[in-house]
Design a protein around this ligand. Sequence first.
Ligand code: NAP
Ligand code: GDP
Length: 346
Amino acid sequence: MEETNGSPSKMMKKDEEINGNDKHIIMVTGGTGLVGKGIQMALEKEKKINPNSHLNEEWVFLSSKDGDLRNAQETKKIFERVKPTHVIHLAARVGGLFANMKYKVEFFRENVMINDNVMECCKDFKVKKLVSCLSTCIYPDKVEYPLTEEKIHLGAPHTSNEGYAYAKRLVEVLSRLYSEEYGCNFTSVIPTNIYGCHDNFSIDGGHVIPGLIHKCYLAKQNNTNFTIWGSGKPLRQFIYNVDLAELMIWTLRSYNSSEPLILSVAEEDEISIGEVAHMIAESMEFKGEVIFDTTKSDGQFRKPASNKKLTGLHPEFKFTSLKEGLATTVKWFEENYSKARTQSHD
Ligand code: NAP
Ligand code: GDP
């Protein structure tokens, strides 16, 4: 896909209109993050298969350099400049278990501010469709498994990430309220743990897969042990960022309901942190010792989500296997070590 020089945003070039449809200006907040880059990769992939696939779409990927979405005026200026017809809202303060435990107030406040500003502007600027991003980690800690779309508010979230969880739950509430009161077409998706190229590989602040890849890389370089935090027994479902991106693009184009939609691999694909650590060690050809530091928190034990609603609506979708996705991510990290994101919020 060609790119224009819409500095500082990355703008995908608009082509001629097709089928007489109106042109769609699709603005992606958080367009430089793990999922935003995944969307860029998914669009490139789609365009290779079908060069006409987005002729009536202009994609605009925002970073925080385009404006601070915690600030109402800056957010409004972005909407005035870009004039989006559609928005995929990814921008958020995001972090792994240990960052969430340490900065609950910041995770709550920053995400509430960002979401409030973006949703209000989508209403004011008459955006035709908004797709926002929740997470399975916002669900009640004590709830009957598997998690389904109806269970988001059925109890308190796990204490480890309650700042982030309550802020994100409000996005689901507001999507419905804007739809009811103003007729807005706002919806949300609920991914499980995400991983892939362009992740934040911060050891202290990041999620488990990028953190483990970085730690294994250093252990291999320095001939030290590869240390996993916690017991390694907790279970997670992992989705590859390009798979999630393809599903979010499909959601934007084809899912027409304000009800949230879980975007996840199958329940049977739940895997322990210990097993993932060993897969990473194998993929990185690490021959040293893998140890578990049980003085560190395990966080929530599991949060298995059902993808039945998704597979009912989009049965042909094929997920990338964890083995393949990890191999691609590890290779990307090894090749991009000097420029990969590794910063925490400290
Ligand atoms: P990420 O890699 O940390 O990227 C965050 C993005 O948000 C970056 O583009 C960042 O811009 C932007 N951003 C952050 N604060 C901003 C601000 N104040 N103003 C403007 N832009 C700001 O996050 P991600 O993993 O792609 O997450 C995308 C979405 O998925 C989030 O809504 C997250 O809650 C959700 N999610 C993530 C996971 C996961 O495992 N990663 C799981 C479930 C749900 P810069 O690049 O300029 O900093
Ligand atoms: P969560 O799924 O929201 O809990 O977030 P994470 O992606 O941070 O995963 C946390 C799980 O991975 C917990 O069981 C941690 O004990 C475990 N874990 C093991 N090593 C690491 C690590 O290096 N970083 C992180 N973030 N978690 C780790």
